[in-house]
Design a protein around this ligand. Sequence first.
Ligand SMILES: [Zn+2]
Length: 293
Amino acid sequence: MVFQWHCRAAHFALLCALLCGCLPARTTGGDVTSTLLIGGSKIDVTIESGEMRLSQAELLHWVQTAAEAVATYYGRYPVPHVEIHIIPVHGTGVRHGQTFGYDGGLIKIRVGKQTQAAELGNDWMLTHEMVHLSFPSMADEHHWIEEGIAVYVEPIARIQARQMSAEQMWADLVRDMQKGLPQDGDRGLDHTHSWGRTYWGGALFCFVADVEIRKQTHNEKGLQDALRGILNGGGDIRHDWELVEAFKMGDGVLAAVRRAITGAQLSKESSSEGILPSAVFAGRSVADFRPRL
Ligand SMILES: [Zn+2]
């Protein structure tokens, strides 16, 4: 399989470096708040009070790195403003992240007080949380698509921003994707809310969608184009959308390519507009999704 994940990376990473900035820190009741600027977006980072081995500069660098990965993948940072709360906890490593749509976007992430800078360099969790900003909020039964996109996009975004190797991603993908396969008694992604099906089943859906889009467009387009289209159509975490609405938006981005590819054949068969091929992105409904890997 040949994929072109990182063709757009270098140019955008440079743009990010030029546009990123940091405003002076403010301190309120022991918490320190700094503001990062990524393109036209503002990221307010609050480090809650507590002794940490990491410096403020190291934590801000970590946030900026994750923001650059997400901005590289989507062509811009997904929302105009987000609050990030870094909560010191006992132990080491990045522990737990949550992303909320209210107030324009809020990410809470727990970091062990003993964590060292090298551990932040390998972190995936903050990028995962930031990817959540880029897709509309779904009903509970469709939570799998929110997590699936975050799981699938996170390493690709980091590769495109030259923060991770493609070899590492493919090794992880081969090891982990099978966790998303349906088990006995599976009732489809909308109705099977296990950890494996929600996170890796969702990621598998995205992987299959990406491969299908690439096959049908002769590798001209991928899931990234559809996801950018959804974001640019207004579908970020601040808005509640139906899943089908998001799929239609993503598919609309690919419609011109589909028409260009199949236009000649269609004109032979029929001149009717009504028989355009069914949606590429939405073509696999949840009910008939049976991965073949
Ligand atoms: Zn998540």
